[in-house]
Design a protein around this ligand. Structure first.
Ligand SMILES: [Zn+2]
Ligand SMILES: [Zn+2]
Length: 336
């Protein structure tokens, strides 16, 4: 089969490789569409260490070819859950499969979806209802990670929720908070275009970032601060803003991926406000059916977030597009 093979950091080639052979309990999937995100860019540049050669790609949808032992049938359209786990360790037995030390991600620890075919355990393929096409389905993988985070933070009915950063995951967080019953969802971004998208998709109000964001959240909450602040940028300055805008006793969700080792943060406020700090990594099996249902039922719109569709052979160019944050670009989907 044809695949996009990462030979070493920064070196990507279209290559002919052996089609993966599904082992017992595996399903062979013909990939139709895949998504790219910041994780792929970090693997590509070498910032995330992997073993080479590697076929990246962890957001993928396609058609079942074979395998699955009756759970799925050939021709069915499926979304692949890329989070592998052993099922027997102490974390897995406690339901924390996303933290399994023996696990990994399809497209990071094992070959992924930037290829004609991919294999996944039969428990990791989820049938897509007719209402969801394979072109937008890869974005549901991102939604599962948002759902995992909001479950951990117990985002729910009547709450005020501020979302810092309105890229793909921020847009999904804003919609998801509203779908879970939040009474006030505030989207925060320096991009007027992203704010407009968030307003169209369900944020009650939006504001620019930085001091303006802190002021907007305080104003909208009677000076008290938001019940939950979901920080999606991974930038320390934005985290400092999140600490400033959460209410006393509220919750801050660390959703962005932080790589800084030191930063200027209002530590006294962290003590004084006594917020709960929740971090979240990847997703768990139960997040897939619920995310698919939220999209199929119309509670969450993913199609408006897909702004670019490019041939999979242009993966390199697509990754380069991720490097600059420009208005008009949200999710990039690869067509296979
Ligand atoms: Zn991703
Ligand atoms: Zn495990």
């Amino acid at each position: 089969m044809q695949a996009l093979v990462l030979q070493r950091a920064g070196e990507l080639a279209v290559a002919e490789v052996e089609t993966p052979q599904p082992r017992r309990d595996d399903v062979l999937v013909r990939v139709r569409h895949s998504g790219i995100c910041g994780t792929d860019l970090k693997i590509f540049t070498g910032a995330v260490p992997v073993t080479y050669p590697l076929i990246m790609g962890h957001e993928m949808a396609g058609d079942v070819v074979s395998g699955g032992d009756g759970l799925v049938t050939p021709g069915q359209r499926v979304l692949v859950d890329p989070v592998l786990f052993c099922g027997t360790c102490v974390d897995c037995r406690a339901g924390r499969t996303n933290l399994c030390a023996n696990g990994g991600i399809i497209g990071r620890e094992v070959n992924g979806g930037f290829a004609e075919f991919v294999t996944a355990p039969r428990t990791h393929v989820h049938v897509l209802p007719d209402a969801i096409d394979t072109r937008s389905a890869p974005a549901i993988q991102v939604l599962t990670t948002c759902l995992h985070a909001q479950r951990r933070a117990a985002v729910g009915s009547g709450q005020s929720v501020a979302v810092v950063g309105l890229g793909v995951s921020g847009q999904l967080h804003a919609q998801l908070a509203r779908a879970r019953g939040a009474a006030l969802v505030i989207g925060l971004s320096r991009s007027a275009w992203k704010r407009q998208v968030a307003e169209r998709l369900g944020a009650h109000l939006t504001s620019s970032s930085g001091d303006a964001a802190v002021a907007a959240v305080r104003n909208a909450t009677g000076g008290h601060g938001a019940d939950v602040v979901i920080e999606c940028t991974g930038h320390m300055k934005a985290l400092a803003d999140a600490i400033a805008m959460v209410r006393p006793g509220g919750t801050i969700v660390l959703f962005g991926i932080y790589t800084d080792r030191e930063a200027a943060l209002p530590f006294y406020q962290l003590y004084f406000k006594e917020p709960t700090i929740v971090s979240a990594r990847a997703a768990r099996p139960e997040d897939f059916p619920e995310s698919i249902a939220l999209v199929a039922g119309g509670a969450i719109s993913i199609s408006p977030l897909i702004t670019h569709t490019v041939p999979v052979t242009q993966l390199r160019e697509a990754l380069a597009m991720l490097e600059d944050d420009v208005d008009g670009r949200m999710k990039i989907i690869l067509e296979h």
